[in-house]
Design a protein around this ligand. Structure first.
Ligand code: ASP
Length: 438
């Protein structure tokens, strides 16, 4: 029989009632043999995630401050959950070990990983399933990426036909101690496990019915995507449309395993299927995403086009400051670099000083008023008229376009506008391609 790996996020295991739903979902399909689980997340908007509380405990202990208040919140949540699910006592030993570990100065990663550990132990007991300890199976390298050896080790441990529960987010680091992925990393664990067992599909269960075609805070009538390709999803996630951890795509993409985003609280909803290709004839565009927080540094210099190495030196300055840039629009004697505000931080003055000194530009300006919006879709490639529709819609909404970028793969058109026009631009682009579509 085919194997389905299903990963449940923090809100799907936030309390006993949610865990009971997870149980029903897993039992609802015999192919769902491997279950990867996050730590309990928020039960309501004002709530705290278990992982955040664990980081807090570690920080307090590291500063010799009493950590019992947040620890009690954690312990109560797990104990209450276990009791309500009829698996009382299952968390006690791990909780005692956790308290002792925090007090004894265990590493931050070890402490942070315990949310997933306890969550998986409780779910395994609830399902009558096998708990799999990933601390000696899933290797995480110095860059926080899964190691190649992990796959064979996981495949061996997960062999059989019984249901297995795997804690997400953590594994073993290069020094042999517990190491965690970046935040939200249980998605990566799910992808690695799916690839290790060559799953038919990687189901990622969350609290939304798939990827929205635009941010619903800006476009309230936005619909979920039924299908999207891995490559389209990459384009959208770089613009901040994230339901799934960025790095979770790669392990399954290489193996051609589809990812199915599903809603634990609305199991009948079709969700979003992420695959290698899709039929894009009806929906050339899958989504519109963007961020209003970019800065552009613009340099001009007479005869820049003859100055070989100008671009390299400009980007080299960014590199030495550890800054990741997004785009480099150019004219014959001008070059700009677009950088997200998060990346730039407070380094603008230092950077421009160095650029003035090393590049001797005739003109240099920093413009902090840039928003970028990306219209993404496989159907744009080799299709006449998509860009026309895009810019026509922006013009009708009186949005001034300040920058345009389209890669040769024609997967997306990126437009830059002033921050004040950001929301109007997203709405105009969404309506131009999506309303009346699908
Ligand atoms: N619990 C971890 C976090 O909150 C990892 C995860 O949920 O995927 O970031």
């Amino acid at each position: 029989m085919e194997t389905v790996v299903c990963k449940f996020g923090g809100t799907s295991v936030a309390n006993a009632a949610q865990v009971a739903k997870v149980g029903e979902i897993v039992r609802g399909d015999p192919r769902r043999r491997i279950v990867v689980v996050s730590a309990p997340g928020k039960r309501h908007s004002g709530d705290r995630k278990i992982t955040d509380l664990l980081f807090l405990c570690h920080q307090l202990a590291a500063n010799d401050v009493d950590f019992s208040a947040p620890f009690e919140v954690i312990a109560n949540r797990f104990q209450h959950m276990a009791a309500q699910l009829g698996v009382d006592g299952i968390a006690d030993e791990s909780l005692a070990e956790l308290r002792g570990g925090i007090a004894a100065g265990q590493s931050e990663d070890w402490v942070a990983s315990r949310g997933e550990h306890l969550s998986a132990r409780i779910l395994a007991a609830h399902l009558g399933a096998r708990f799999i300890e990933t601390a000696d199976l899933l290797g995480i390298d110095l860059h926080g990426l899964p190691t190649a050896e992990s796959y064979a080790r996981l495949a061996t441990a997960l062999a059989g036909d019984d249901v297995c529960v795997v804690p997400g987010y953590y594994g073993v680091g290069p020094d042999g101690g517990v190491k965690v992925f970046s935040r939200g990393g249980s998605d990566i664990t799910g992808a690695v496990v799916a690839r290790a067992v060559n799953a038919a599909v990687y189901e990622n269960w969350t609290d939304v019915s798939g990827f929205m075609m635009a941010d619903p805070r800006i476009v309230p009538h936005a619909r979920p995507m039924r299908e999207v390709t891995y490559a389209e999803l990459r384009e959208l996630s770089y613009m901040g449309a994230s339901v799934l951890h960025d790095e979770a795509i790669f392990p399954v993409r290489e193996a051609g395993i589809p990812i199915h985003i599903k809603n634990t609280n609305a199991t009948e909803d079709p969700g979003t299927l992420v695959t290698a290709t899709r039929d894009h004839t009806r929906n050339p565009v899958v989504g519109v995403a963007g961020k209003a927080t970019f800065t552009v540094i613009c340099l001009a210099k007479a005869l820049m086009n003859k100055e070989i190495g100008f671009g390299r030196r400009l980007l080299g300055i960014l590199e030495t400051h550890g800054i990741n840039w997004e785009h480099t629009p150019t004219g014959i004697d001008s070059m700009s670099v677009v950088i997200s505000d998060e990346e730039l931080g407070d380094q603008a003055d230092e950077l421009t000083q160095q650029m003035r000194m090393e590049l001797q530009p005739d003109y240099l300006a920093v413009d902090r008023d840039l928003a970028l919006i990306s219209v993404v879709g496989l159907g744009m490639s080799h299709q006449v008229g998509i860009a026309g529709r895009c810019f026509g819609a922006l013009a009708r909404s009186k949005v001034n376009v300040r920058m345009i970028s389209q890669g040769v793969n024609e997967l997306s058109i990126i437009v830059g506008t002033s921050r004040a026009d950001f929301e109007a631009a997203v709405r105009a682009l969404y309506d131009a391609f999506v309303s009346g579509g699908e």
